[in-house]
Ligand binder design. Structure first.
Ligand SMILES: [Cu+2]
Length: 814
């Protein structure tokens, strides 16, 4: 097998495998730019493919005649490496050399194996050998839930480019158009039968210059199997999500504007300080024409010459607006007291606002030495992790699911099963909205849709070992695209690892004093995003008791506003001299697409209530009885929580009755009790974030409905969210509004009303919110009953003696 070898610094390449040979790697006559790939001589007769998988493992995969006749899959299934094979590889294969990657396998022999062009994945940063072929379990066709591969992104871009021969489109996204659910269910229920495999399709958004002054935004759906355009959707009046390159241009033109420079001059800023402009998307407030893009430019000061200095510690009163065509259209000064409004009077910088670095800096390079009392804490898993992955398919304990990723939602989970039983078709964070509560203009323009406007995928962090993730970590990369349609790798955007989670269950028989304890192990799928000043840590926790918990942690730096020394406002907290952190909310919407033991589910509302007392028809002589009432929601609607009634929302399958409880099997939602949107229902904030109106929504599944504030949130005017989707279907005789024993979607709105504390400054300790999904009468007993009992021989805890404790406590404080 011969492949092209490419330099390490290149982003992606295409190579064709042109031959399969046997024997040791050919170091005698390698052609320039090409290497021969083979396996060890011992398997000369069958042929071998050397596979270097992304996680430092090297495998020998037998490539037999038999396997050539069908699928590459069996090869992957039998990847094993014996110590002798490993040694052999270490001896025979040179370590140094360029990393290589192969994105296309077009050899005729392989063509007959997989029946089409398969994907071979890439790794450029791990232990690489050269000459090599890098392949992985993605050698087979992508699973229908897999994100688009680099090859597919290129192919989709080429199909679209061919439509615009006179204009070069600006590719905003090239992402997977997930298969219609009905098609996908048929595929899954038939164990991935090839004849039922849905077509691979891409959803592409482009901006195409029409004239010198106008551009047209449009979406295209492309069938990647047929190489054809399925649909073109003009998006007149809509705006694409935030373009980082465009925002940089906004920042530059703003700072370069002479009027802005004049205003900066008038502020008489401290010598050696640097002005920073932070452009924000405009939250609609009815004060500007929303057919054109407008950017808000907030000004800050970096007092010290360090790029990591916290400029939010010095918010300036200056503010500017920049038009779609990069012109500064307005400059004014912000109100700096409760009674003030925006004005044009020069506002000199008050030098008394300068305060110590220790108060406002978080970066170690600008802080005193950290405490030294914390000793290392290392996660040791002597036998490795308990999960396995096959491409994006994960298996852990009795769980299986598929990991997805896209530019907007970031991490998505698909086809979530426990012990083979279907639970959820898809789980995802579908939107979040961060409205600010300062009523003074222009602050109502601070209202960020961090998914719709920014993108959780495109802003996902490159996660690091030992920092974001402890223990044995599996990373997943994401792929996005450049503006010219090239694949763009987003490395390590999702991590997967196990954690100890305290005790799962325990009982001590008080008569025998025999204790039985099972510790809880959880599997964590985590992604972290940075949206300008803030970080969000999103993690799905899978439990051995068949529960899923979705945890959100908010951290990062408060977005700040200037305030005069000595002044106060009732909608913000003073966190440093002249620095006000405004009240704001973080509203998240978790989209739960259930398939609890099948596709037809219902939403049941159960409440616990006391039995009537002193009622001759009810036996409750001591007044202590209580019972539950249940109702099933019949039509699409928004619902609210009520802890006074212990209102519980259960997703049930009325067609599957638990043999023991004689009730429908189900999963209940453990909501994150939260205050909903505080903005007035007539405000643009409320109209634009309809999901913030209720804590729970139930809708009929629709293949196009993923976003509870609408698909296009940038400068949206409202009327495109969940409430509007429901209202639109009701007009249609309500024929598609029924949600009882139907294919339903449940949306949970939760979050925090964040009235900042001084302790949130200068960087905020994580604020944690958790939503749970837990089986209710789904199994026949505790599903974690068979978890291995905790034993010291296995867990090797270490006894700490009193002397050691004393030694720790006597250490001097730094
Ligand atoms: Cu906050």
């Amino acid at each position: 097998m011969e492949v092209a070898v490419v330099p390490e610094d290149s982003r992606h390449y295409t190579a064709s495998i042109v031959d399969v040979r046997c024997g040791a790697p050919d170091r005698e006559a390698p052609q320039r730019g090409r290497r021969v790939l083979t396996g060890g001589g011992a398997r000369r007769s069958t042929g071998q493919c050397l596979i270097v998988a992304p996680n430092k493992c090297t495998f020998l995969a037998p490539l037999t005649r038999q396997s050539e006749t069908r699928s590459v899959k069996p090869i992957i299934d039998h990847l094993t490496v014996t110590p002798s094979q490993h040694e052999s590889l270490d001896r025979n294969i040179p370590r140094k050399g360029p990393a290589c990657l192969v994105t296309e396998l077009a050899d005729k022999k392989f063509g007959s194996v997989v029946n089409e062009t398969p994907e071979i994945h890439i790794c450029s940063n791990i232990r690489l050998y050269s000459p090599i072929v890098i392949a992985s379990a993605t050698m087979t066709r992508p699973h229908p839930f897999d994100p688009l591969t680099p090859n597919e992104i290129t192919k989709a871009a080429d199909i679209v480019k061919a439509l615009f021969t006179h204009n070069v489109p600006n590719f905003r996204y090239i992402t997977l158009q997930e298969p219609p659910k009905q098609d996908m269910m048929a595929y899954l229920e038939n164990h991935g039968a090839e004849r039922l495999r849905p077509a691979r399709a891409a959803r592409i958004q482009v901006i195409v210059p029409e004239t010198d002054k106008t551009t047209a935004l449009q979406e295209l759906l492309v069938d990647l199997d047929k190489g054809s355009v399925i649909k073109r959707i003009p998006l007149k009046g809509k705006h694409s999500y935030i373009d980082a390159g465009y925002m940089q241009a906004v920042e530059q033109v703003c700072l370069a504007d002479q009027r802005v420079q004049d205003e900066i001059e008038k502020m008489a800023l401290p010598t050696g300080s640097t002005v920073c402009v932070e452009p924000w998307a405009y939250a609609t407030d009815g004060m500007n024409d929303m057919t054109e893009r407008v950017s808000m430019c907030w000004f800050y000061l970096r007092l010290v010459d360090n790029p990591d200095a916290n400029y939010y510690a010095y918010p300036l009163s200056l503010c500017a607006e920049v038009s779609e065509h990069l012109k500064v259209t307005r400059i004014y000064h912000l109100p700096c007291a409760a009674h003030e409004r925006i004005h044009d009077e020069p506002q000199p910088f008050d030098p008394r606002k300068i305060h110590s670095q220790a108060l406002s800096e978080y970066h170690p390079s600008l802080r005193p030495l950290p405490r030294s009392t914390t000793k290392p804490y290392q996660v040791v898993q002597p036998e490795g992790s308990s999960f396995t992955t096959k491409g994006n398919r994960m298996t852990w304990e009795k769980w299986t699911f598929h990991v997805g990723f896209n530019y907007r939602e970031g991490l998505t989970l698909h086809d979530v099963r426990y012990d083979g039983r279907s639970l959820f078709y898809r789980l995802s964070l579908s939107e979040m909205f961060v409205p600010y509560g300062d009523p003074r203009s222009p602050y109502p323009r601070k209202g960020a849709f961090d998914l719709g406007n920014d993108g959780a995928g495109i802003n996902a962090n490159n996660l690091r070992l030992g920092c974001d993730c402890l223990g044995h970590i599996k990373y997943f990369d994401g792929w996005h695209n450049t503006s010219s349609g090239e694949p763009l790798k987003l490395p390590n955007v999702v991590c997967c690892h196990e954690q100890d989670d305290g005790i799962l269950w325990k009982h001590t028989n008080f008569r025998t004093q025999n204790a039985v304890v099972a510790r809880s192990r959880i599997l964590v799928l985590q992604t972290i995003i940075t949206v300008t000043n803030y970080e969000y840590i999103f993690a799905f926790h899978f439990g051995q008791d068949a529960s899923i918990h979705y945890e959100v942690r908010a951290t990062g730096i408060l977005s700040t506003a200037p305030i005069n020394l000595g002044d106060k406002v009732p909608y913000g907290t003073i966190v440093a001299p002249g620095v006000m952190a405004p009240y704001h909310q973080h509203l998240f919407c978790l989209r739960i697409d259930p398939s609890v033991d099948g596709q037809r589910n219902s939403l049941q509302v159960e409440e616990s209530e006391p039995l009537p007392f002193n009622d001759p028809d009810v036996h409750n002589p001591f007044g202590v009885g209580y019972t539950t009432t249940s109702r099933i929601i019949e039509s699409e609607q928004g619902l609210d929580l009520d802890f006074t009634k212990n209102r519980v929302f259960k997703i049930i399958n009325e067609n599957k009755i638990n043999a023991i409880t004689q009730t429908p099997v189900g999963f209940k939602i453990l909501p994150s009790y939260s205050q909903l949107l505080l903005a007035h229902p007539d405000s643009y904030h409320a109209k634009r974030s309809e999901f913030g109106r209720h804590a729970l929504w139930v809708t009929r599944h629709d293949d196009e409905e993923f976003f509870p504030a609408g698909r296009h949130t940038m400068q949206s005017q409202g009327g495109e969210g969940l409430a509007s989707m429901i209202a639109a279907r009701k007009v249609d005789d309500g024929a598609k509004s029924g949600v009882r024993n139907e294919d339903i979607v449940v949306w949970h709105t939760f979050g925090s009303t964040h009235n900042p504390r001084i302790e949130d400054w200068p960087v905020m300790p994580s604020e944690k919110m958790v939503v749970g999904l837990k089986p209710v009468n789904f199994f026949e007993s505790n599903p974690g009953l068979d978890v291995t009992i905790a034993m010291q021989e296995r867990n090797k805890s270490v006894l700490v003696a009193d002397q050691e404790l004393a030694a720790v406590s006597s250490q001097p404080r730094p």
